[in-house]
Design a protein around this ligand. Structure first.
Ligand SMILES: Cc1cc2nc3c(=O)[nH]c(=O)nc-3n(C[C@H](O)[C@H](O)[C@H](O)COP(=O)(O)OP(=O)(O)OC[C@H]3O[C@@H](n4cnc5c(N)ncnc54)[C@H](O)[C@@H]3O)c2cc1C
Length: 482
């Protein structure tokens, strides 16, 4: 028996003894699907995968891990893309998958609220809401795979943020198992509650570093009876942002999505599936996918159509979907563009935000900086620009070797982040820091923020067993021993 096997077997024996049967997976084959994220770019080797069925089981697991200093990483649907949810490569971390804690605990159309367990897939939670004639408005491409706990831990955004806010704005309460195994029951349905600190906010967006979210109470909204979708072509990002400013006011603030796609993105989508036609008769440099929704006695289609006619100084060409099916076809272009970027292999993903009023200047400057520094790389630009959030991705030239791709990603990311800095923006609007954005984040964080964050981490996870090395570096004392 070698030196590595012994501690592993020893740890596993301790865990097996502390937990009821049927929770731990330890074989390489059975752990395989928990080792890689959605992109395939991030891989980790777990010590074991724990799949608890109840909050008591999560609590027992954390008590044991805390007592013996076993590092853990909570895992949802593995769509987070910043390398945070897979185990470290060295085989020392226990992955805690919440997939078996996926029940709807309660739902009330009068409270406009639901309580779901953290392992519930987002799409499933949305279906529960719709069955009560409500909506859970968190909406994005990965909704068929990501889980509510992951959405909370990353403070997920998506297409509808401009109307309903980020996940943070939709969380009424949380149930969290702390690093030492205690259960914090902060599950509430209250809209107003000013009793002291709002502790749930600490866990939202904490990327698994402060506690295991086991259940969430979420705000719901009345299900709209009308949804209208339009795709318009414009001359520039500046015109797109001018259209956005007007649309918010002139469509009675009924917009639910305002997605920018540059022509290159439309071409990627059209090339992704045979039989797709250019959606507009004019080829434009910039497109915007607009969605508005409403209930009650509102003629939403007339509002949207009249608005687009009134904006003819900005709109070069456009179509308002005549049916839900046609609306879905327009959204398909957006989805295909995201999927198809990765078909040629790895590409750099960025997920940045700047003040909305400066977005067109930012895009222009960032693209100019990229074309000067790396003229052979292909930038793909799209985003939830109603929130000032843009994905400025970089696809490497065909045939580039793996080492060169790594350098390209590193260099182009810095080029983009330097422009983000100039605009007072954020290098992570949605996906979080994880491991992938850690260097860039730590290079920029101020001393006071770093100190406060460190104190919060020490208070909630004194043994530093939770998602070690994600967002912040592991403390020197924590990393050596295991
Ligand atoms: C095609 C595609 C489109 C996307 N579009 C968007 C978008 O528009 N907006 C957006 O915000 N994101 C988007 N994402 C990113 C991703 O879907 C979100 O970050 C999502 O919230 C992650 O959820 P998950 O369950 O997959 O979490 P994971 O990837 O499994 O985990 C993410 C992080 O949360 C932690 N975590 C997971 N569960 C828990 C828990 N129960 N308790 C504590 N910590 C936990 C993990 O440790 C990790 O740090 C997209 C991803 C893809 C692949």
């Amino acid at each position: 028996m070698d030196a590595v096997t012994l501690p592993r077997e020893h740890m596993l024996a301790i865990l097996r003894e502390a937990l009821p049967d049927g929770i731990l997976l330890t074989g390489a084959d059975e752990m395989e699907r928990y080792t890689r994220d959605w992109s395939g770019d991030h891989f980790g080797l777990p010590l074991a995968v724990a799949r608890p069925r109840s909050v008591d089981e999560v609590s027992a697991l954390m008590r044991c891990c805390s007592l013996h200093g076993v590092p853990v990483v909570p895992q949802g649907g593995l769509t987070g893309l910043v390398g945070a949810a897979v185990a470290a490569p060295g085989g020392g971390e226990v992955v805690i998958s919440l997939e078996r804690m996926n029940r709807l605990r309660s739902i009330s159309a009068i409270d406009f609220a639901m309580v779901v367990e953290a392992g519930c897939i987002l799409e499933e939670a949305k279906r529960y809401a719709e069955a009560e004639d409500c909506i859970l408005p968190i909406t994005f491409g990965a909704q068929g795979s990501c889980r509510i706990g992951g959405n909370v831990a990353t403070n997920a955004g998506g297409f509808n943020v401009l109307r309903y806010g980020m996940t943070r704005d939709l969380v009424l309460g949380l149930e969290v198992v702390l690093a030492d195994g205690r259960v914090w029951n902060g599950l509430k349905l209250l809209r107003k509650d000013n009793r002291g600190y709002d502790l749930k906010q600490l866990f939202i967006g904490s990327e698994g570093t402060l506690g295991i979210v086991t259940a969430v109470s979420l705000k719901l909204f009345p299900k709209p009876t009308q949804v209208e979708t339009a795709l318009v072509g414009l001359r520039s990002v500046e015109d797109a942002m001018a259209l956005y400013a007007r649309a918010r006011r002139e469509c009675s603030d009924l917009l639910t999505a305002f997605e920018l796609i540059l022509r290159g993105g439309i071409e990627i989508a059209l090339g992704a599936r045979s039989g797709l036609r250019d959606p507009l008769s004019e080829v434009c440099p910039v497109y915007v996918l607009i969605e508005a929704s409403a209930g009650g006695r509102v003629d939403l289609r007339a509002i949207l159509q009249d608005f687009l006619i009134s904006a003819e100084d900005l709109v070069v060409d456009g179509v308002v979907a005549s049916s839900r099916a046609q609306g879905d076809q327009l959204w398909l272009l957006r989805e295909l563009m995201v999927e198809a970027q990765g078909r040629g292999g790895r590409y750099l993903r960025t997920d940045v935000s700047v003040p909305i009023s400066t977005l067109s200047g930012f895009v222009e400057d960032a693209l100019a900086a990229l074309s000067k520094s790396h003229p052979h790389a292909l930038p793909v630009t799209y985003g939830h620009v109603g929130d000032g959030n843009i994905h400025l991705n970089v696809v490497p030239p065909v045939g580039m070797g793996a080492g060169e791709i790594d350098s390209l990603f590193h260099e182009t990311e810095e080029v983009i982040f330097e422009v983000v800095d100039r605009y007072g923006g954020s290098l992570s609007a949605e996906h979080g820091i994880g491991k992938v954005k850690q260097n860039a984040f730590l290079k920029r964080i101020d001393e006071v923020s770093l100190d406060l964050a460190g104190r919060i981490k020490d208070a909630l996870d004194p043994g530093a067993i939770m998602s070690r090395g994600r967002i912040f570096l592991p403390r020197a004392a924590d990393s050596g021993s295991r």
